[in-house]
Every structure is written in C-alpha cells, then in structure tokens.
Design a protein. Structure first.
Ligand code: GLA
Length: 396
C-alpha cells in the first residue's frame, strides 16, 4: 500500500490538485456479535488495517473517484448519479466498491452538507475484503471524514458513525448495526471500545500490554450485503415482536431476558428461538466480559469468548467448518486465552487473545494446523488496537 504522501502525490498527478488525506480503520470484535442492532452491547477494537481517502474539491459538479485497489475510476455528474444509483440498487443491482462512497455522499447531502460542487478522490485501503474486518465501514467513514473535511463541516463522531451506518442501510441496502462505523470513528490506540448501542455511550478499556490480538483469516469470504445477514435480522425481529406482545416494554432484545424465552419461546419457530437466545445470552456475556477485562482476568474473558463462539455456531448458526477448525486449533494452544468467530459470520476471521510471548508460536501452529486440516493457507495478523478515523497531516 502507498504511504499517505504517495497517495497525495498520485492524486496530484491524476487531478492536478493538492489533496488532503484522511484514514479510517477496520475493526475486530472481541465479543458481542449481532447484539448491536438489538440495542445491546459490543466490545470491538479498531485495527491496523485502514482505508485512506485523498480528496480535493471541484467546481464542475462531478464526482470523480479513483480506486487504487481496483484500478478503476468513476466519473459522474453528482446529483443525478446519486439518485440513479439509488434506484438501481433498489432494483437489486450488484453492489460495487463505489456504492459505499456514493452512499455517504447521498446521506451527507440529505443532511444539508454542500456536496453539489463535486469532489476528486483517490482511495486505497489494506483492510482485507470480505474477511469480516469491516472494509466497508472503513471506506464509508474515511469518505465521510474526507467530505466533511473538504467542506469544513464539523460533526460529532457519534453522528458521523450514524450517518455512515445510514449510508449502508438506506443506500447500499445492507441492514447492519452501528458497531463497525462507530468503532472506526471512535477507536483508540491500544484500547478496546465498549459500546452501549442504545445510548451510544462508550468507554475505552486498555488492552493489557502482555496480550496480543491475533486475527486468523479462514480465507472463506463473507459478505453482509448477501442474504444471510438480513435473514438473521428478520428472524430476530420476528422473535422480538412476539415477546413484545407479552411484555410491551421490550423495544429490542436488549430488554428481554432468558426467562422471557423460557416462558414464551415455545410460541416461536425453533430457528427464531435460537437466534433470540444467542442475542440475549451474548449481551450477558459482554457485560461479564467487560468486568473480567477490567479486573485483568483474561482467563475468564477467554472463557466467555469460547462460550460466545459456541452460541454463535449452534444458536445463531453463523459459523462454518473452516472457522470451527480454527477455533478448535486455537483452543489447543498454550497461551491462548480465548478464540471465536468475529464479525457478521459465515466465514471471515477468528479473533484470538494470546499471551504476547506466545504470539509467534501460536501463529506458526495455527498456520500449519489449518493448512493440514483444510489445504488452505490462512492469513494471520498480530494486530494492535489502533486509533479511529483522522486526517493525516503529510510531511510531519
Ligand atoms: C457486521 C455488521 C455489524 C454487526 C456484526 C455482527 O459486522 O456490520 O453491525 O451486526 O456484523 O455483530
């Protein structure tokens, strides 16, 4: 990947205009899966992988975007392009990388940010695609920061996260929660972020210096723009609606308990009951995990990660053979506190909490073991928790 200065130089060569460069990270979720859109709790961290957007303003009303990764360029008159693309996506056009950029502009325009004069952008990222590490949130948040920076608009980080989520929900059509965009905005170096997805209040928890977050990529592609994610959401909504008939104060599964399920779960189809059980127990696990983390009890934290994986696999049915192999392998390694599938599910990566002095040995054992079991070469990243989105000042 180019450095920010190189990206700015390429931008100048392409467009003849000096650029400002912004970056936004991907994320890994330590615990709390499919709880965000149920108003629940999550505990992700921003990671070292990021998307950069170099931007300059135009005055011909066009949106010109060059993707370095795809070596592709789009060039359209702004308002008509956004409206046309919105309609095409409603008629099930295939999602393109540029839709995440267009979606953010579409949402910002709706919120009164003056985008009509146009922008030139150069985009490059190293968040692995389809790996469940939020490459889409990184491109959305980097785009939003770039456009807000270029138009000198200041918005609170929480608001930027909400707008980026809306770009993905309402423009791209993926019904995701707020977690990824939120942590991409609010992440902090060497910290996990504990988010209450109802109030959007968050606290930072320092990652102990003697542990590493190791991410193992199964290389099985995952996509939230695909059907399974939205199907799970529909199942959750069905279960929530049923519980609400009995207890009207249940606005989201965050408000429901395991006892509610014991009492009324038999009225739900089996699959709906399981999905709800995953979410309700996962919220409890996140709260316990936060306490364990604060107390420095990594063994307990790891145990909760293990339980979260079993629930994600059996009740939410969102794991796959390759991911389960990675988790089982990890559980056998000395120095591994816990391992689980991270992100939306159906492939992607596992997240592993590993003693720092065992991280190297862990990585080797995982690489060999996974290759032997599946014939696939995994990618393994020893990642550090990194800062949220920001402007990169070149030459400093
Ligand atoms: C994806 C979504 C998030 C969240 C996770 C599952 O990453 O973008 O909003 O729902 O899946 O926890």
């Amino acid at each position: 990947m180019h450095t920010p200065a190189e990206l700015a130089a390429r931008h100048f060569e392409t467009y003849g205009a000096p650029a400002t460069v912004f970056a936004a990270p991907g994320r890994v979720n330590l615990i709390g899966e499919h709880t965000d859109y149920c108003d629940g709790f999550v505990m992700p961290a921003a990671i070292d992988f990021k998307t950069m957007v170099a931007i300059s303003t135009r005055n011909d009303g066009r949106l010109v975007v060059h993707s370095v990764n795809y070596d592709e360029r789009i060039d359209h008159p702004l308002p008509t392009f956004l409206d046309r693309r919105f309609q095409e996506l409603r008629s099930h056009a295939e999602t393109l990388w540029s839709d995440y950029v267009a979606g953010v502009l579409w949402v910002l325009r709706q919120h009164g940010i003056p985008v009509a004069d146009g922008f030139s952008m150069s985009i490059e990222g190293d968040v692995p695609l389809g790996a469940g590490l939020s490459s889409s949130a990184a491109i959305e948040v980097a785009t939003a920061f770039a456009v807000l920076g270029a138009t000198s608009f200041d918005l609170p980080l929480e608001r930027i996260a909400q707008l980026c989520r809306s770009a993905e929900n309402d423009f791209v059509g993926a019904n995701v929660g707020i977690m990824d965009q939120f942590v991409s905005c609010c992440g902090a170096q060497d910290h996990a972020v504990m988010i209450d997805c109802r109030s959007l209040q968050y606290t930072l928890a320092p990652i102990p210096p003697d542990v590493r977050i190791v991410i193992c990529n199964s290389m099985v592609k995952h996509s939230v723009a695909g059907g399974e994610y939205n199907t799970r959401r529909a199942e959750i909504e069905e279960g929530t609606a049923l519980l609400r008939r009995h207890r009207p104060e249940i606005k989201a599964l965050r408000d429901a308990t395991v006892d509610d399920l014991k009492q009324w779960g038999s009225e739900m189809p089996e699959n709906v009951l399981r999905r709800c059980r995953h979410v309700i127990t996962e919220d409890n696990r996140v709260l316990s995990a936060v306490e364990a983390f604060r107390a420095g009890d990594l063994a307990r934290f790891g145990q909760l990660m293990g339980e979260a994986h079993v629930s994600f696999r059996d009740d939410f049915e969102a794991s796959c053979k390759e991911i389960d192999i990675l988790v089982e392998l990890a559980n056998k390694q000395t120095g591994c506190f816990g391992a689980r599938l991270t992100g939306g599910g159906f492939g992607g990566c596992t997240v592993n909490l590993v003693a720092a002095d065992r991280a190297e040995a862990f990585t080797n054992a995982m690489r060999n073991g996974y290759r032997q079991a599946t014939g696939i070469d995994p990618e393994i990243y020893i990642s550090r928790a990194s800062a949220g989105a920001h402007q990169i000042v070149i030459g400093q």
